[in-house]
Every structure is written in structure tokens, then in C-alpha cells.
Write a protein that binds this ligand. Structure first.
Ligand code: ADP
Ligand code: ZN
Ligand code: ZN
Length: 756
């Protein structure tokens, strides 16, 4: 046996893995993550390294390999945990060890924090000064300033008092003063000290969860918990109580919040509660600021860090709790290799560190709720909104009826009337388009029916022949030539009339925020508008600015995509209009119904957060679709039951596992050939129950002149065959590296959240 070793990452690069021989006496004593001492380089200098894998074969002639010197016992450093985590990620998601390591240890070189220098008086400075004889006026000045102080900052001395660094140095050499320097870590907290900490008394439901969780935690029970709590039920307050509890036990906590919900408002609540013991990390911070937060965490200067997906890799020494808020969010899945899911990875990290994992959502992912029902997760429920605030009333409007009545505008009669009322009463309105990067599906405006793949039961997507993808949002009825399934490649010509009802009102469904804005301007010229989408939030703080402007009442109507439904409380919003609920309903992937339910529920949750009751209008061509029916009732369980039937029938997660294999190349032929080869390599596994879909051109078949082919595997059971298929392909690609792989890039995506 041979061990793959990376040299200690704190001072060497981790770009390479070195193979070492395992001496007899160490056999069986090494595991992945073991810290070992190894001879390194020409001089065989002894350095430390980590075992990251084992192999049966030597990559070089055996006699050329050096031997591991010894295991370094009792070193449970944080690095070690993360190396194990990386090894786990590598094997589950498919990537190289280096890619995995770079993910869990994102900042390789710790960027040094700023230094602050202080000038301190020496206790016998007066005598020394007196003994000097003639002194320059500058020295006299520095002496008199420092004399009566505990300390003077170097900056103040040079800037405010105009004393040159040379004089300070001389005085130091004369031992009249001394200089000390202190590491200053940038603290991103905009913490308002003078603000009173709000005293919140938990409701009975909240308290019961906190008590039960902490009681079990103390007993050592580390079962993952799922808090299913309707919007506004006070989940965040519960998280904070749980964190209080684990801090009392000298433990630390990581709180993951989707980037989009990491608003000033959210952060302020954590700062108010935890003060300077809380910190934040996000993508808007500089590398230096981020690395400072990681350093503060490692040194134990903070107890809690709040951030998006990558905050999971904060190197706390005493991690006790990981909270994942809005755990259903797609952004918890990484789009880079390894394509890890933060929820799954957090579970593994919690296992490695003996921490607990708490998930929370008003609309949990089907996967999580499935586990909760199976008893794998502990389920907690918050069924009531805090205070007297009721859930809003939801009206579902049938757009097919509107069409029949000759109304072809974007606003149903009911929504228009309610908007007028709100504008008159000076209450605010949110108009929501649940557009989600899907699109291009074709449906009928007369009967609501969408074109679906007969094999995969997902929406078919319109494609123009050629390579550019038609996103479908350019107009309502563009003339596309074919409809295609993004999973299996099934393809039919675009029908001219609806196969169900014969209506000619069939076409690519779509509308954009910009068009909606124009329509609102035309119909409600008196209203002040704000629009929030990808286009209006390009700059760093624009997202926050638009939301605050709306919160300050600077506009009557906020128009936006899913961006507007997260993380903000707008007490004056009494009407939420979902303009076209179908937009996310027939996407080319199996999560479309789940996404729709989520978005509608979250959007509805925005109404009536203040004292005035809220109303929601959902416009749709499919009023009887269960995603819409159950979202209108805010009934997660009702939705789940029906969704699960679909997942079971089609063997989609959690009732099955899915693996996407993306093959990309500058030469289309090569990508096509390699994907065929990979399919052939695994074809025999289909006899045992593995399903193979494709290979086919990817939905987005070309990006920046790189051609993309995709191959899907589906398995009903535990995904064992799927793993086998992945391993076969990985081995093949490794062995044939250069030749067969050609100039192709191959990526694995386990239970993908996106469409290729
Ligand atoms: P969720 O995260 O479930 O949407 P929040 O934790 O944001 O809910 O709570 C919604 C609002 O109710 C917040 O303004 C919060 O401060 C307030 N709140 C939550 N719990 C209580 C409580 N026990 N007493 C008073 N106000 C509360
Ligand atoms: Zn029809
Ligand atoms: Zn299909």
C-alpha cells in the first residue's frame, strides 16, 4: 500500500500530491487526514503532511518512493477535519483531491491582517530623558506627549503631532519609549452599540423547540433537526436561542443564509443579539476582509459566523452547531467542481466535529422533509405566525377565463382592482415574476396545457435549429423549430396548434420584468415604481439600495423576480401579485413544481407582515395544478404528498438518485464521441436497474464556443450502481488521460439542481 500525501498546507502549496511508502510498523494506523512526518525534497528535510488517500499501485518505481517517517499523534488540528471533509467531497461529488481541498480551504495564504503600532512610555523614561543632555525639540515633544499616556498610536504621533518615524526610532533605541504592534482584524460589523438589545420572549412553540433541542444536545444527541416553520413564525429567533445555548457550552456556530437574504436587516438582528461575538462573511468582502474573519474564528475571537454556502468552511476549533436557514434554496449547491451541496456537506462536517445540524424553512426541500418523515431527521414545527399577524388571503385567478373574456393584458380584472385600491390607500404593492432561468417551455393559453416529455415528464424546451439557445423570453410567440427534452434528448417539431384543445394560442411562454414595468406604467401612470432584477442589481449595493428605498416608502410598487421575496420585512405591503405563476411551472427539470410552490409560498409570505392584513393574487393558466392550489393554502404537507407521488413514479430524488455527466469540448465531434464512449462503458449496468438517459446535446448546447453533451443516470435505490458508473468513468478518464479524453472536460453532478 502507498499513501498519497499533501505537504502541510500552512506553509507549502497544495498543488501536488506525493506518493510515499507506508512502512510495516505504520500499516493499519493511517487514515485519511492522518498527520505524518515525511522526508521532503533533495535534502530530505523533515516536514509534516497529511494523508489524503491510499493506492495499491506505485506511480513511480517502488525504490524511488520515500517512506513515511512517523505518525504525529494527538494532533487534531482543524486542517485535519477539513482534509477529511475534502476526501469525502471528492468521493461523493467527483472531483480531484486538489479541487476539493481548494474548496474547503478557500484562502491558501492567510493574508496578513493590518498591523497597528503603539508607542508606550518606559517606566524610567524621565531619568533617561534627563540623562540625555541636549535634546532636539521633536524628542522633547514626543516625550511630553507620551509621558502622561498609557499609549499613543504610531499613526497619531506621525499624523497629528507631526513627529517623524526617524525620531520615534531614535527614542526607541534610547529606551525612552517602546513600540509594540498589534494585529488588527477588519471587523465588518456595522454594529450599533448604543442600540438596546431587544428582549424577546419566545412563544410557547418556539420555546419548546429550543428546550427540546438543547436538552438533547447536552445528552450528546446529534440528530439533524428540521424546523418547518411558516413564514414569519420566528425561526430566526429560535436559531439565536439555540446558539445562545451552545455558546454557554463554549461551542461555536455557523449560520448559513442564502446570499440574497444576507441583508443589512438580517445582519442587524444577529449583531443586536450577539454583539461583536458575531461576524459575517460574504462575496462582497475583499479577500483580506474574508481571511480576517476566518482568522478571528480560528483564534476564537468570535462565536458565530453568518454567511452563504462557503461560510461552512470557517475553521472554528470548537464547532458545536451549524444552522442552515432556507435550507431548500438552490444556491446551497455549488456550481463549481466539486459540485457539493452545503446541506449534505454540513451533515458530514457535523459528524466529523461532533456538531449538530439544524435546518429551517417554510418550504423544506422534498429531500429533507422525506428524511424527517422517515425519522432520519427530527422534525420541529412552527405553525403560527408570531403575534396576531395572520397568513394572507390568497386568490387564484384563472387567466384562461380572462382570455375568454377578451382581456389580454397582464393584469386580471381582480388584480387591477386590488392595485387601484392599494394605490388609493397609499399602501404598497409587490408584483412578482417567478422567472427562474428556465423558460422556453411551450404552453397553450386557452387550456393551460404545457408540452411535456413522454419519458421524463418534464417540460419540453423550444430550440431553434442551430446552436444558440432560445431562452424564450424575447416575445410571446417566436417561431421556434423544435421542442426538446433536456434529460433524454427526445425531440419533436413545434406544433402550430394545441394538441389538447386545438387552439392556435400556443407558444413559448414568457414575459420579462421590463415588459411588466412598461405595462404597469401604462396602466397605473400615477404610481411610483421600483424594479429589481438582474439588470437593475448589477452594481455591488444596488440590491440593498432598491430594497431600502422601497422600505422607506419611496415607491408604491416594487416589481421583481425571486430576488424580492427573500429576507425583507415590508410592513406596508398589503398586496402581492404573482403575475404569471406558470413561468416556473414547466421548466425542463424535475424540480419545477417544487420551485413553483416555494416561490409562490415565499411571495405570499411577503404580504401582511405589518399590522394591516395582506392579500395575494396568483394569476395562472393552471389553477388546478397542485403547486398552485397548495401554495394558495400555504399547505406544505399537502404539496409534499402530491409531489412525492410524482417523484416515486419517475424515480427522481429523493425516491431515486440522479447523476449528470457533462462532456464539453471545443470540437463538437470530440464531445459527442467521448459521451458515447462513456455511455458504452456503463451500458451493462442498465441490466441491473440503472437507467441511462442520453447522451444528448445539452439544453444549452454551446457556451462561448464550447460544445456540451450530457448524459444522465437514474437509479431508484441507494445509488450504488450510479456510484459504480461514476467510478468506472473516473478510472477510465484517469487512465486514458490525454488520449481518449482528448481536449474534453468532464464534470459530474450528483443530484443536479440545474439543467445542462
Ligand atoms: P422567520 O425567520 O420564521 O420568517 P422571524 O424570526 O424573522 O421569522 O420572525 C418574524 C418577526 O417576528 C421578526 O420581526 C421577529 O423579530 C418577530 N418575532 C419572532 N419571535 C418573536 C417573539 N417570540 N416575540 C416577539 N416577536 C417575535
Ligand atoms: Zn390547449
Ligand atoms: Zn425526456
Amino acid at each position: 500500500m502507498y499513501a498519497d500525501i499533501i505537504v502541510d498546507i500552512s506553509y507549502e502549496k497544495l498543488d501536488r500530491i506525493f506518493q510515499y511508502r507506508i512502512p510495516k510498523e505504520l500499516e493499519g494506523r493511517l487514515t485519511i487526514g492522518s498527520r505524518v512526518e515525511i522526508p521532503f525534497g533533495a535534502g530530505n528535510r523533515k516536514i509534516s503532511g497529511y494523508v489524503v488517500g491510499f493506492s495499491e499501485y506505485a506511480d513511480y518505481p517502488e525504490e524511488k518512493l520515500k517512506r513515511i517517517s512517523r505518525v504525529m499523534e494527538n494532533s487534531r488540528r482543524v486542517d485535519e477535519i477539513f482534509i477529511r471533509l475534502a476526501a469525502w467531497m471528492r468521493s461523493v461529488y467527483g472531483s480531484t483531491m486538489n479541487q476539493a481541498l481548494k474548496t474547503v480551504i478557500p484562502i491558501k495564504k492567510t493574508i496578513k491582517g493590518k498591523e497597528k503600532k503603539w508607542i508606550l512610555p518606559m517606566s524610567d523614561m524621565e531619568e533617561r530623558m534627563a540623562g540625555l543632555g541636549r535634546k532636539s525639540p521633536a524628542k522633547e515633544r514626543l516625550f511630553s506627549i507620551v509621558k502622561d499616556r498609557e499609549a499613543l498610536s504610531f499613526e497619531e504621533a506621525t499624523k497629528d503631532f507631526g513627529i517623524s518615524p526617524a525620531v520615534i526610532k531614535q527614542m526607541q533605541e534610547l529606551q525612552i519609549i517602546r513600540l509594540v504592534s498589534e494585529q488588527v482584524y477588519r471587523n465588518p460589523a456595522v454594529y450599533q452599540k448604543e442600540r438596546e438589545k431587544r428582549e424577546i420572549v419566545l412563544t410557547a412553540q418556539q420555546q419548546r423547540i429550543a428546550d427540546d433541542f438543547l436538552w438533547r444536545y447536552k445528552k450528546g444527541d446529534r440528530t439533524t433537526s428540521l424546523i418547518l416553520g411558516v413564514t414569519g413564525s420566528g425561526k430566526t429567533e429560535v436559531y439565536m436561542k439555540l446558539i445562545d445555548g451552545i455558546i454557554l457550552q463554549k461551542k461555536q456556530a455557523i449560520v448559513l443564509i442564502p446570499e440574497i437574504a444576507l441583508t443589512f436587516q438580517t445582519m442587524q438582528r444577529f449583531y443586536e443579539h450577539f454583539g461583536e461575538r458575531a461576524s459575517i462573511i460574504n462575496s462582497r468582502m475583499s479577500m483580506g476582509e474574508r481571511s480576517d474573519q476566518l482568522a478571528r474564528a480560528e483564534r476564537g475571537e468570535i462565536d458565530i459566523i453568518i454567511g452563504p454556502r462557503s461560510a461552512l468552511f470557517t475553521p472554528f476549533k470548537h464547532l458545536g452547531l451549524i444552522v442552515i436557514d432556507e435550507e431548500h434554496e438552490g444556491s446551497y449547491k455549488s456550481e463549481n467542481v466539486p459540485k457539493y451541496h452545503a446541506r449534505e456537506t454540513a451533515e458530514e462536517l457535523a459528524r466529523l466535529t461532533d456538531a449538530a445540524l439544524v435546518l429551517g424553512s417554510a418550504t423544506p426541500s422534498v429531500e429533507s422533509y422525506y428524511k424527517a418523515l422517515a425519522g432520519e431527521y427530527r422534525l420541529y414545527e412552527l405553525s403560527e405566525r408570531v403575534g396576531i399577524r395572520k397568513l394572507p388571503e390568497v386568490e387564484v385567478v384563472d387567466l384562461r377565463e380572462e382570455l375568454k373574456q377578451g382581456n389580454r393584458t397582464m393584469f386580471s380584472r381582480s388584480l387591477r382592482k386590488k392595485m387601484e385600491e392599494r394605490l388609493e390607500r397609499k399602501e404598497q404593492i409587490m408584483l412578482f415574476l417567478n422567472r427562474r432561468g428556465y423558460g422556453g417551455f411551450v404552453s397553450c393559453r386557452s387550456c393551460g396545457e404545457a408540452m411535456r416529455c413522454p419519458h421524463c415528464d418534464v417540460g419540453l424546451t423550444a430550440h431553434r435549429e442551430g446552436n444558440r439557445r432560445n431562452t424564450g423570453f424575447r416575445g410571446e410567440f417566436p417561431c421556434n423549430e423544435s421542442l426538446r427534452c433536456h434529460y433524454c434528448g427526445y425531440q419533436i417539431p413545434l406544433p402550430k396548434t394545441c394538441p389538447t384543445c386545438g387552439s392556435p394560442y400556443i407558444g413559448v411562454f414568457g414575459t420579462g420584468t421590463q415588459r411588466l414595468e412598461e405595462a404597469v406604467k401604462k396602466e397605473f401612470p400615477q404610481a411610483a415604481l421600483l424594479r429589481m432584477d438582474m439588470d437593475t442589481t448589477r452594481t455591488k449595493d444596488s440590491y440593498e439600495e432598491i430594497l431600502s428605498a422601497f422600505a422607506r416608502g419611496e415607491a408604491d410598487i416594487l416589481i421583481g423576480t425571486q430576488m424580492i421575496v427573500k429576507g425583507h420585512d415590508f410592513p406596508n405591503v398589503t398586496l402581492v401579485g404573482v403575475v404569471a405563476a406558470d413561468l416556473s411551472l414547466f421548466g425542463a427539470d424535475y424540480r419545477s413544481s417544487e420551485k413553483t410552490f416555494e416561490l409562490l409560498t415565499q411571495a405570499a409570505g411577503r404580504a401582511g407582515r405589518g399590522d394591516a392584513p395582506g392579500e395575494v393574487v396568483i394569476q395562472t393558466y393552471n389553477p388546478e395544478h397542485y403547486s398552485i392550489v397548495e401554495a394558495a393554502k400555504q399547505d406544505y404537507k399537502g404539496f409534499y404528498e402530491q409531489e412525492l407521488l410524482y417523484r416515486q413514479l419517475m424515480k427522481y430524488p429523493p425516491c431515486g438518485q440522479l447523476l449528470a455527466v457533462l462532456v464539453a469540448s471545443q470540437e463538437e465531434e470530440k464531445a459527442a464521441q467521448l459521451s458515447d464512449k462513456l455511455a458504452a462503458l456503463t451500458a451493462d449496468l442498465t441490466e441491473n436497474g440503472l437507467e441511462m438517459l442520453g447522451p444528448t446535446k445539452a439544453g444549452i448546447s454551446r457556451i462561448k464556443d464550447i460544445y456540451r453533451y450530457v448524459l444522465y443516470y437514474k437509479e431508484a435505490a441507494d445509488g450504488e450502481l450510479l456510484s459504480e458508473a461514476k467510478q468506472r468513468m473516473e478510472r477510465f478518464l484517469l487512465k486514458e488521460n490525454g488520449q481518449e479524453k482528448g481536449d474534453c472536460m468532464v464534470q459530474f453532478d450528483f443530484n443536479p439542481m440545474i439543467n445542462y
